[in-house]
Write a protein that binds this ligand. Structure first.
Ligand SMILES: *[C@@H]1O[C@H](CO)[C@@H](O)[C@H](O)[C@H]1NC(C)=O
Ligand SMILES: *[C@@H]1O[C@H](CO)[C@@H](O)[C@H](O)[C@H]1NC(C)=O
Ligand SMILES: *[C@@H]1O[C@H](CO)[C@@H](O)[C@H](O)[C@H]1NC(C)=O
Length: 626
């Protein structure tokens, strides 16, 4: 029941308008590889949508979409929990594993189960993320996976480093970049309590923030098919294959090999969208006019301007316009991808990538930490006592700006939207959902004639810290001219504010976990997904925001409340303090339950047992029977 809007016309606002210059390098490229009929269809589609959307903007809504989204989210989240923790005993755990995943659990499952139980893991059964990440690897032989694991670390150019497990202890391989040592040390720390249960194996870790492996759709389907179906054996051995150590290759066994091409600082959208079905919007449309908001791209995961399906919103397949709306797509800083399936462990990825997710050492070793406390002047006051402001501080690190590509990056767009939005006679209409001017209790999209922030008295405190990072050519100077800057703040200052914005940087979010742990309400916009995304429910644990940011003001007005200085619009949006606090609290309590350090260990332990099995020559004959 998505409500389409006339925000087709406001697209330009959201692809930043800077002076009179709307042009951006990547959007000006003659990228049209799609046949002309595709464009003809598109134009028709756009006209049709534009027409139907404008007719919808006058529609009266009987309730606010966020009421409904939050209600559904709570049902969804309860249902998730129920299915995620069905088993009470090891025997039930084994049964549930077989039922869900159509295999016997891997060897060592009993040790894992005890480990998880003794650490009071809430999640005992739902490890779907692991199964899905590993599924394509059943299409490779164990020997192939082991060879690739050796090859990906054979050349420093690859920016992949290894960790070696032998006889129940783990060490770093020889090829790691000293700057990233903390990361592998963090992994060692993460696995130290259960390394003794792991079979001999080599693991290859991505040192970059950006994901690495995007397999073309058909090949990926083939590989995934090999990992699907019923593989339950009536009898399996609970021992790992013999002499596993010998089956892994030594550094001298392979020539330096690289599977990667350096695609840093170039538009990378089509590298990942290769994993989308050939019939998908993203595969059919190779260019998008960046100055227009693509309503049909947002529609499948939206309810009006509100994001209604977080999972789906991460998929590039229906969103060809994302190519110009995110730093990772526009101009990633360190991006070396491969189209071959490679065994690489990454801290986050964008949908379409086949990297294997693992819990970020960044969080595990507290690189950034929720550390509120009254004695150090950084309290975390109750929600109602916090400043009624949306707060963000950060760097322009989402990508490396060249030829104006910063205008599409989501961090820069957020800062621009909050501070530098200028609306004049040439500007398109800006629609915001507010109480209906004459029908009490009802809502309607309204067109604000002036700056919406002052018109609605919204409070945003959103700034780039210090100065511009990651800009080439004249893009540093251009951004200096556009943005104001704020000094560095203490991370623990965040808790003063009721609403915290988290916008993607170059990869996994280092701060989102801390935001969840606080009493503040996190607003999250982004395409990167981490190991925990399967455990979180948008609108129950956090507030999702579309990367296009076209719903930000409507969403904020709901929670923050909107005052209306006389004469602009009628109708006042009451703040939804209780609704906001409910989400903030649910997220906080949930993080305490399922995103503890113990939960990171438990996830990693299970992942590595699965990995041990996948790389075992006897993988179809071993397992835990219960
Ligand atoms: C979100 O979209 C996915 C993919 O289309 C679908 O499977 C899922 O059920 C949707 N979730 C909700 C809450 O609508
Ligand atoms: C953008 O907003 C910031 C913060 O208010 C301000 O310092 C800066 O000068 C503005 N830029 C322009 C071009 O007006
Ligand atoms: C506007 O917001 C500020 C706080 O951000 C508040 O002090 C002031 O009362 C508000 N104005 C109106 C008219 O509500």
């Amino acid at each position: 029941m998505a409500i389409y809007l006339g925000f087709l016309f406001i697209g330009a606002v959201f692809y930043m308008r800077v002076q009179a210059n709307l042009g951006v390098g990547s959007s000006q490229r003659p990228a049209s590889r799609a046949p002309s009929y595709v464009y003809a269809t598109l134009v028709l589609l756009v006209i049709f949508l534009g027409w139907s959307q404008t007719s919808q903007t006058t529609k009266v809504l009987n309730s606010h979409p966020i009421d409904l989204l939050a209600k559904n989210a709570s049902v969804q989240s309860n249902a998730w929990l129920e299915q995620a923790s069905k088993s009470q005993t090891l025997t039930e755990g084994v049964e549930e594993y077989r039922r869900r995943y159509q295999r016997n659990p891997p060897p060592g499952f009993d040790a894992w189960y005890n480990y998880a139980k003794s650490r009071l893991s809430v999640v005992m059964d739902d490890y779907d993320t692991i199964i899905e990440d590993l599924r394509p690897f059943w299409g490779l032989s164990p020997a192939q996976i082991r060879l690739l694991s050796r090859q990906v670390v054979s050349d420093p150019f690859n920016e992949v480093s290894e960790l070696v497990v032998r006889n129940g202890s783990a060490t770093l391989g020889p090829n790691f970049l000293p700057t990233h040592r903390w990361m592998l040390d963090g992994v060692l720390d993460l696995i130290k309590n259960f390394t003794q249960y792991l079979p001999d194996m080599d693991l290859a870790f991505n040192l970059n923030d950006e994901p690495r492996v995007a397999v073309p759709y058909r090949r990926l389907q083939e590989l995934r098919d090999a990992g699907s179906g019923n593989h339950i054996k009536s009898s399996v051995s609970h021992n790992w294959g013999k002499d596993r150590a010998k089956t892994w290759l030594k550094p001298e066994d392979v020539e330096p090999t690289t599977f990667f091409k350096d695609h840093s600082r170039t538009n990378s959208f089509s590298i990942g969208s290769i994993a989308c079905p050939p019939t998908s919007y993203a595969q059919r449309v190779h260019a998008w006019d960046a100055s227009r908001l693509c309503t049909s791209c947002a529609a499948p995961h939206s309810n009006g301007v509100f994001l209604s399906n977080w999972t789906l919103s991460g998929s590039p397949c229906h969103q060809p316009d994302l190519r110009n709306l995110h730093g990772f797509y526009l101009s990633p800083a360190a991006f070396k991808p491969s189209h071959e399936l490679l065994p690489i462990f990454s801290q986050s990825k964008v949908e379409g990538y086949a990297d294997i997710l693992y819990p970020s050492p960044w969080n595990y070793i507290d690189k950034v930490k929720y550390d509120a406390n009254t004695s150090n002047n950084h309290p975390d006051p109750p929600f109602a006592e916090k400043e009624n402001t949306l707060f963000w501080r950060g760097a322009t690190s989402e990508g490396v700006s060249r030829r104006g590509s910063w205008k599409g990056m989501s961090r820069q767009r957020a800062v621009h939207l909050a501070n530098n939005l200028t609306i004049d006679s040439r500007s398109p209409a800006l629609l915001i959902l507010l109480p209906h001017p004459s029908l009490p209790g009802k809502y309607a999209y309204q067109n604000l004639p002036s700056d919406p922030i002052s018109a609605l008295n919204l409070s945003l405190n959103i700034s780039i810290v210090n100065g511009i990072a990651r800009a080439w050519d004249n893009d540093g100077a251009a951004q200096d001219a556009e943005f104001g800057f704020a000094p560095q703040t203490d991370f623990q200052d965040h808790w003063r504010y009721r609403f915290l914005l988290d916008v993607d940087g170059a990869g996994y979010s280092g701060r989102f976990l801390a935001f969840l742990q606080s009493r503040s309400l996190p607003f999250r916009s982004g395409i990167f997904r981490a190991w925990w995304d399967g455990r979180l429910t948008a609108w129950q644990h956090f507030v999702p925001v579309d990367v296009r940011l076209h719903g930000l003001f409507s969403t904020l007005s709901y929670f923050m409340g909107a005052a209306t200085p006389a004469g602009t619009i009628e109708g006042i949006m009451k703040e939804h303090l209780a609704a906001g606090e409910e989400i903030a609290e649910a997220g906080r309590l949930w993080a305490e339950k399922v995103l503890r350090k113990e939960d990171m260990e438990i996830y990693m332990f299970r992942l590595l047992l699965e990995w041990g099995r996948l790389t075992d020559d006897k993988r179809d004959e071993i397992g835990f029977m219960g």
